[in-house]
Design a binder for this molecule. Structure first.
Ligand code: ATP
Length: 371
């Protein structure tokens, strides 16, 4: 069984008037994998704890499969929660830790088969005899996952379950968690402050800030069409370039955008994204430019859909499959980052540009207009 989880206008106020979650509404479909993403203190854990029943809801409604659940005791919600700290019983073996929830339910019951099946799913059959102290961090987290799934809960609530692990293991385990929860077909709510983790995991990503949802969408949507500057800046590595600019309409009707002393002309007809620039005429706007949307080229190499900003290459960061090129453009802030594929000649060219070569910006993302 899997569950629909809905939050309707939910607010959580802690003592001393700390508003941790502010009028949050979210509908999660049965079997869906939703990631709550945001900086530390934005209220992600509080949302999870309210769903689990570990925290009272100050106002608003929690619905489980359409039924009001605000007052249902945690133990009766059939939800399993996995925390950042594995919280295994140190004096129990892997097997005993995993079987613990079943034994609590019905003491004396033979749990061997259920535990074996769970261990098989997680690939930890050979760890069942060991105590937590004899396991690595990743293995402990697998045992903790085992303890959460052994009762076949109707939803998983995972609170930064990988943040104590090293980067390599984190990447591997997050793929395993995604595969496992999809295999089990169980609704999953996953909390993280790591945007790369969020982007790789969720059917949908919910970006939060100060207890308020900023955007809900598929990872691609949140990345390519951020609703505001906060989301644009929080999601994506390298960080998006945010450039101050002003919009002008000269006599020929083509829109111009001024970056400091530099001006670019938008092609006609304007794309739907750029149409909204018309209402920003004369105002200062923020232009978001993803690194991969910029490339280093000469004016002769420009394509018709590109706009040109002059810049001086300051620094090239080699990153293996690509290079990150820092370019100063005179716009504010002065630096723009662009990515280049690692063609040695391109990099040599970029490095040799201190004399003031031109860096065209292929695509201007014009949606983040002072919102
Ligand atoms: P993190 O990623 O650091 O865990 P978070 O996004 O999960 O952060 P929460 O733990 O939900 O954020 O906290 C949201 C806000 O509520 C913070 O300002 C926090 O200080 C406050 N808060 C959390 N728990 C309590 C509590 N028991 N009493 C008072 N304030 C609390």
């Amino acid at each position: 069984m899997t569950r629909a989880i809905s939050l309707r206008d939910v607010t959580k106020i802690y003592p001393r008037d700390v508003v941790a979650v502010n009028r949050l509404s979210l509908d999660i479909s049965p079997g869906e994998f939703v990631v709550l993403l945001g900086p530390s203190g934005c209220g992600k854990t509080t949302v999870l704890r309210m769903i689990a029943g570990l925290e009272d809801i100050t106002s608003g409604e929690l619905l489980l499969d359409g039924e009001l659940a605000n007052a249902i005791p945690p133990g009766e919600r059939q939800l399993a929660m996995v925390f950042q700290h594995y919280a295994l019983y140190p004096n129990m073996t892997g097997e005993q830790n995993i079987s613990f929830p079943l034994k609590i339910e019905s003491p004396g019951r033979d749990t061997t088969n259920q535990v074996r099946e769970t261990a098989r799913l997680l690939g930890i059959e050979d760890l069942l005899d060991r105590l937590p102290a004899q396991l690595s961090g990743g293995e402990r987290q697998r045992v903790a996952m085992g303890r959460a799934i052994v009762r076949r809960p109707s939803a998983f609530l995972l609170d930064e379950p990988l943040s104590n692990l090293d980067a390599k293991l984190r990447t591997r385990l997050r793929a395993e968690i995604a595969t496992l929860t999809r295999h089990l077909g169980v609704t999953t709510v996953y909390v993280t402050h790591d945007q790369a983790e969020a982007m790789s995991l969720g059917d949908r990503v919910v970006v939060m800030r100060d207890g308020v949802i900023q955007q809900i969408g598929a990872a691609r949507e949140v990345y390519q069409r951020p609703e505001n500057v906060f989301v644009a800046a929080f999601v994506g590595t390298p960080r998006i370039n945010l450039l101050r600019a002003t919009v002008h309409a000269p006599l020929d009707g083509r829109l111009n955008i001024d970056f400091g002393t530099q001006r670019i002309q938008l092609p006609q007809p304007l794309s739907p994204d750029h149409q909204m620039l018309r209402v920003q005429m004369g105002r200062e706007i923020t232009v978001g430019l993803r690194s991969e949307a910029a490339r280093i080229a000469t004016p002769q190499e420009m394509r018709p859909t590109e706009a040109l900003l002059n810049g001086v290459v300051q620094h090239v960061e080699f990153q293996g499959h690509e290079s990150l090129v820092h370019v100063s453009t005179g716009a504010h802030p002065a630096r723009v980052e662009g990515l280049e594929a690692p063609r040695p000649p391109a990099e040599r060219r970029a490095r040799g540009q201190r004399g003031g070569r031109k860096a065209p910006l292929r695509r201007l993302v014009g949606r983040y207009l002072n919102r």
